[in-house]
Design a protein around this ligand. Structure first.
Ligand SMILES: C[S@@+](CC[C@H](N)C(=O)[O-])C[C@H]1O[C@@H](n2cnc3c(N)ncnc32)[C@H](O)[C@@H]1O
Length: 178
């Protein structure tokens, strides 16, 4: 079934992922250092013939978008956070790379059969309260891909993710301490 659905079902302006502070602390240098190798592996896995039109959905500060553009791919990075996007734009300009960075909610963003590849990296999926909202993201990705296009989703497994949040660890999240 082709065609995205546009009527975003936002649960309000204060959803946790709209909190810029969460993302500000996330993109540490170590994370940036991982990106070149990750992109090499991603491209190997995707087995692309030549350069491609790539959607980096939830691109953050653009660590993968930049690496993809450096390798000659035509990249569109989409993210909800104006802060993250302005960092991404600044870094792209410094590197003299042309990347289309778009501010939009992943529940709303779709194009019609535009991309050869869609990426959703760094555990950027499953953020929404209602399963139908997460499903809509997948439908939008499907609509945005050309026939034969490829979608790669990278997600930390819940067993790994819960490690730092074990009781008594002192880990802080959204004002609460474990
Ligand atoms: C865990 S970060 C990963 C960023 C990037 N993919 C990376 O690996 O560096 C998740 C990103 O998703 C963005 N985001 C959160 N909710 C979103 C939404 N509803 N629509 C679009 N982007 C969203 C955040 O602003 C953040 O940049």
């Amino acid at each position: 079934m082709k065609g995205g659905i546009r009527s975003t079902e936002n649960s309000g302006p204060t959803e946790w992922f709209q909190n810029e502070r969460i993302w500000k602390t996330r993109f540490q240098p170590e994370l940036w250092e991982e990106a070149p190798e990750q992109v090499d592996k991603i491209l190997q896995l995707l087995d692309l013939q030549g350069t491609a039109k790539i959607l980096d959905l939830c691109c953050g500060e653009g660590r993968h978008s930049l690496e993809l553009a450096l390798r000659g791919h035509e990249v569109t990075g989409v993210d909800l956070s104006e802060r993250n996007l302005s960092e991404a734009r600044e870094k792209a300009a410094e590197a003299d790379l042309e990347i289309d960075f778009v501010q939009e909610d992943m529940r709303d963003y779709y194009t019609q059969e535009t991309f050869d590849v869609a990426l959703n990296l760094g555990t950027s999926f499953g953020y929404f309260e209602y399963e139908r909202e997460n499903t809509k993201v997948i439908e939008n990705i499907y609509s945005s891909l050309r026939s034969g296009g490829k979608f790669l989703l990278e997600h930390i497994g819940k067993e790994v993710w819960q490690g730092p949040f074990r009781r008594g660890s002192g880990m802080k999240w959204m004002g609460a301490t474990c």
